[in-house]
Design a protein around this ligand. Structure first.
Ligand SMILES: [Zn+2]
Length: 133
């Protein structure tokens, strides 16, 4: 299980999702590029790591997941796409992809993917939609 925190950028109001381990550290908003300190008291979202029944889809998901945590969102999206190509009902891969789009400020693609994840039964997606809608 990976803990993520959610908070709003103090500069532009964009809601951000980062790993809980980054709390208290310096970060940069992916949307407005302003530097900030990631708050310690942000809301924690528990992201359960889920796997596909297909091993290579799971492997791509894992890659996408770690690229997301290191902030390489465009590369992560490519990995999630590969996972979805193999297993097109892989809810968490859609969610992960949606989070990446959200982080780079592409609200339209974020919504499409997160709603698809929700449809497939991803609990994180339901939580996310509660925060952002
Ligand atoms: Zn910002």
């Amino acid at each position: 299980m990976l803990n993520k925190i959610s908070f709003k950028c103090e500069h532009c109001g964009h809601s951000l999702f980062v790993s809980a381990e980054s709390a208290g550290r310096k970060g940069r908003c992916p949307k407005c590029r302003e530097a900030m300190i990631i708050p310690n008291d942000a809301q924690i979202i528990n992201q359960e790591k889920k796997n596909s029944k297909n091993k290579s889809a799971s492997d791509w998901y894992e890659k996408g997941h770690s690229l997301t945590l290191s902030g390489e969102y465009n590369k992560a999206i490519e990995c999630y796409d590969k996972a979805i190509e193999i297993d097109n009902n892989f809810a968490e891969a859609y969610f992960g992809k949606g989070i990446c789009y959200h982080q780079i400020g592409d609200k339209n693609n974020a919504d499409i993917n997160i709603k698809k994840a929700k449809k497939l039964g991803c609990k994180d997606a339901i939580e996310y939609l509660k925060i952002t809608e």
